[in-house]
Design a protein. Sequence first.
Lengths: 741, 123
Amino acid sequence: MPTSLDPTARALLEANLALAEDRDVHTVLERVVGSVRRLLDAEYVGLGITADEAALRIIDLVEAGRSPGDVIEEGTPTGPLARPLIERTAIRLHDVALTSDPIGPRAPTFLGLPVQRSDRLRGVLYVIGGVGQSLHTDRDVEVAEAFAAQAAIAIDNARLYDAVDQRASMSAALVRAVGAVASERDPEEVLDTIVEVARKLVDAEFAALGVLGEDGVLDPFIHVGMDPAVVQRIGDPPVGEGVLRAVTVEGRPVRLEDLTEHPASVGFPEHHPPMTSFLGVPLRIAGEVLGNLYLTNKRSGSEFTDADEELVTALAGQAAVALDRARADARVQGTVAQLRSLLRANLALTGELDPDRVLQTIVDLSRELVDAEYAALGVLDQDGEALEAFIHSGIDAETVGRIGPLPEGRGVLGAVIVGKRPIRLRDLADHPASVGFPGHHPPMSSFLGVPLAYHGKVLGNLYLTNKRGGEFTAEDEDLVSALAAQAAVAIENARVYAHERDLVERLREVGQMKTEFVSLVSHELRTPLVALRSGAELLAGSMEHLDPVEAGEVLAAIVRQSTRLQLLIDNLLDLSRIDQGRLKVSMSVLPLRAFVGATLESLPQLQDWDVRMEIPDELDVRADEFYLGQVLTNLLVNATNYGAPPLVLSARVEDDAVVLEVRDHGPGLDPIVEQQLFDRFVRGPQTGDAVPGSGLGLALVQAYVESFGGRVWYESGDPEGACFCVALPLPQSEPELEEDL
Amino acid sequence: MRVLVVDDEPDVRLVARVTLKAAGIEVDEVGSGEEALVRLADGNIPDVMLLDIRMPGIDGWEVLRSLRSNGAFAAIPVVIFTAHASVRDADEFKELGQRSYVVTKPFQRDELIATVQQAAVVA
């Protein structure tokens, strides 16, 4: 550089070169203040950069030397220091107080001039003092203005570079945000990144992102820029009222210089640091608003800019994408969980044969899957009228005990069954069919009831109450319906199985009875045959060797045993007829006492017995004469075979019947025998062959008495003996006679 | 020779008694296992016992078990008198019946007499 140049021109040239070479505004400005101080021989030179045209606030200060009282500083200048900024012209003063305080620091000389370009303010240049100088000359002012113009260019350049830099870092941040979304990280993490990036990019003090939850509450609510202690003092996250609500409801950005001026502003919570400038944008995707992203208190300016809004809107879009994907994932996971649960239910069903346990599993699973407090399953009886089983989950045994009897399936539960459709209620009490619930039952509010249907027939219901955290959803209904279908199949299977099992058991019994029948009948037929055949052969082969009296005895035995055989065969035929409904009875009115007397006469076994006839004379009964004779004969012969005298025969009128009692004073019957007394082929365990009998006698007695419209039963004697009671219809109990009375 | 007929069917006892007496055999008869044991305990030891199996109360097998386990009666020859032709297959027969004879009912006069006489002789 030539040394012959005028120092002023030389300094200007240097400043200009620095400007061209150096992009750092501070380096340039330091050269400017240095040159001005040297050229004007000043005590102090300060160059302040202002924030913007309107604010007249110094945000950055570059100094050379020391100002009197150190009064030039960042912030809004006052007094003479403000004048160049306000008047937009060079201010030259002599021996002046530098602040509005008259006894404050003073300057022997003061030169202040605006740093501006194209009439737009960039800052201010102060020149103070100068040894031996009085007032700055015009030339001094010109020199200062020349350097101020350089400074303005430097500031503009620096701002331009900053802006470019900022764009670049914004792009990088956006790329980061998009990258976070694209990398499918945990949605919370993505949202954290977005909030942080947004705050940094638009240079806000606070930033927050709220996701709309139930009832408009913002949950989750993610925020940055606030001291954790302050957060704790504020308490609950915002519920999304006021301006935040305006953002989500209207679904478009809101930008304010002062938050409190918005008509929807409801103020901010206690302990919340003050908020002025505000930018809020909705998180929207496919026309749906999922939440909002907002920032407050822009630091580098009084309000958020168009560029900020554009940027935050782009970030909010990314956040919405992340949220939407998280929701879709949750739905898929929900479906997978449901399928898994159904699979589990199915496994439980196929692995379990006990229907009660299957149903318990279904009730427990339903409750768990839809997160309900209580669940219960009612099974209707085969007539479909009352609950035959009630299985519940979520209520402890003690509470169940206090509640009392099982529900009858009225009210809403009945409506589920009658309507054959699911019922889903926010509050059980809302339903018109609601009848309230039993005392001691824990309160129930939300309700989901589905019918257990099998081939169009309702077998019961499955219901759940009190879903935790809200009301039952359509998905819950689908899931519970699927489980209910499984339950219906389990119930139907159990019924079919039980029916089959009964049938098999019955067949087995019938088979066993047949075997016993064959065994008994063959024995009973063979026993008389022994004496018959052996006796007949004896007589046929060695008649001449036999004592005539003994031969006669053998003949008599043959006759007896043939009669016995005849009786057995007759009994079998009668039973067979009864079984086929072919027994013909002809009813007539019989005088009971006379009839019993005649029967007694015909039985030689009773000739030597103490028989006490206590039947009143006037009693008549309606019966078939022949078969009533069979009944009496059977009972009387049984008494002689198994009982002991005295034999008491009595009768009384009871309701519309005459009850005839045949009571002996023997040992009575074994209680085991009592149970099966009237069954076929049943004989007392101790009976064996000691007493002739077919095991059919009492079965026949019962069949005959029932064919008269009567009834027969056994009572054990008091204190001893056996008593058979036969209730026979009174003649007056005929319907047409009754009408005449 | 004296035979004790034990059978719960009176007419069966009657025919057996008449059959045996016609062959010159003396016959006592009882209608149950209990009575048979009482008869023995009273010292009336028969030469042969004709013993029905299927009887109420103490049945034929029980009577036989009592005899076999009692030194005084163990040697009494027994003719099992049964309607069941397969009596030799019964577990009780395998346990108790080795030295016994069997006559099935209905019986033939000659068979009954021959078996009773054989039992008496072998004993």
